[in-house]
Write a protein that binds this ligand. Structure first.
Ligand code: ES4
Ligand code: ZN
Length: 322
């Protein structure tokens, strides 16, 4: 109906997309064949059937297995080009793309192969895009610091740093030094917090890491004091509705707190997280949430507006969208 067309046609920014999570099963199989990598699944259908997650860790195990087919710079280019073309169809005009260099350097793929392939696709792409390098929080801070050092020759290609992978047991404090170093280098700062982890992780991401946006952050509602602060500071939350249901952060979409976040004045945005694994891209996330929750066209426009106000764009580019 009309609401659906409004959602589809609105210009929007995507601020929470893991590029490795955009790798569709068909492309995983094509790259496996091209690179002579053998997969533990006989077919595209069998791989897709393995996408039955019970929590974040059960997803991450399959996500890291899928990424194992990425070896050459062209593989990273093709993956990124496919995402950008798909996002453009959803009227995404700007994307701030996460990548996980340690997932690849640990397998012997050079850092420059990863960043150059992704970056070149962004240069060639149909929409504006920039790169946020994420540290894997299940690894040590020393390994994150080594990754930051490896990125320095590519400083001009990287807008910021983030923190992803297994949240519980790996609080933001573990990465205080590497985020301080990144801040001194002029990198923008974000972190996943309050997806599976408690509100205290959101607070330490703000107080210890000095992040400028919170990725997910949906568990903030468990702390009224934290909500008051996030509203006061107009701190954006990059919410990922389909991801939250697939990883059982919420049992069903009808239980998602997106409407409540907006009602409280929080700067929530809608994003796809790992679209190839969670059942949809940007507009699919909007439509799934809007079908299940009491949200109307005013909320849709607010979410699109929030996506540009929270984007790391220059004031003149922002004004063009706001
Ligand atoms: C992720 Cl949904 C999510 N959470 C944490 N780390 C991730 N990496 C890719 N997707
Ligand atoms: Zn994420």
């Amino acid at each position: 109906e009309q609401l659906r067309r409004t959602i589809e046609q609105m210009p929007k920014a995507e601020l929470h997309i893991h590029i490795e999570g955009s790798l569709e099963p068909e492309l995983i199989f094509a790259l496996a064949q091209r690179n002579g990598v053998s997969l533990p699944y006989p077919s595209v259908e069998a791989l897709r059937q393995a996408y039955a997650f019970t929590d974040l860790q059960s997803f991450l195990d399959i996500y890291y297995a899928g990424a194992s087919v990425l070896l050459a710079e062209q593989d990273f280019y093709d993956m990124t080009a496919a995402y950008l073309a798909r996002a453009a169809r959803d009227n995404v005009r700007h994307a701030e793309i996460f990548f996980d260099p340690q997932t690849h350097t640990a397998r012997g793929v050079p850092f420059e192969t990863v960043v150059n392939g992704i970056w070149r696709a962004c240069q060639d792409g149909p929409i504006s895009a920039s790169l946020i390098m994420c540290f894997l929080r299940h690894l040590s801070e020393d390994e994150a610091l080594a990754t930051l050092d490896e990125s320095l020759p590519h400083r001009d290609k990287i807008l910021g740093v983030g923190l992803d992978s297994s949240e519980v047991g790996h609080p933001p404090e573990k990465f205080a030094r590497v985020f301080e170093r990144a801040r001194q280098l002029g990198l923008r700062l974000v972190a996943h917090a309050g997806e599976e982890g408690p509100p205290a992780y959101i607070e330490s991401a703000l107080d210890v890491l000095n992040v400028e946006r919170i990725d997910h952050g949906v568990r903030c509602l468990e702390s009224p004091e934290l909500v008051e602060r996030l509203v006061r500071e107009q701190m954006a939350l990059t919410v990922c509705p389909l991801s939250n249901v697939k990883l059982r952060v919420f049992d069903v979409m009808g239980s998602h707190n997106l409407r409540t976040l907006l009602d409280k004045g929080l700067v929530a945005t809608v994003n796809s997280d790992d679209p190839a694994y969670f059942g949809g891209y940007m507009n699919d996330n909007f439509i799934a949430a809007f079908d299940a929750l009491p949200l109307d066209a005013t909320h849709a426009r607010q979410l699109a507006r929030n996506s540009f106000s929270a984007a790391f764009l220059g004031p003149e580019q922002k004004r063009a969208y706001l």
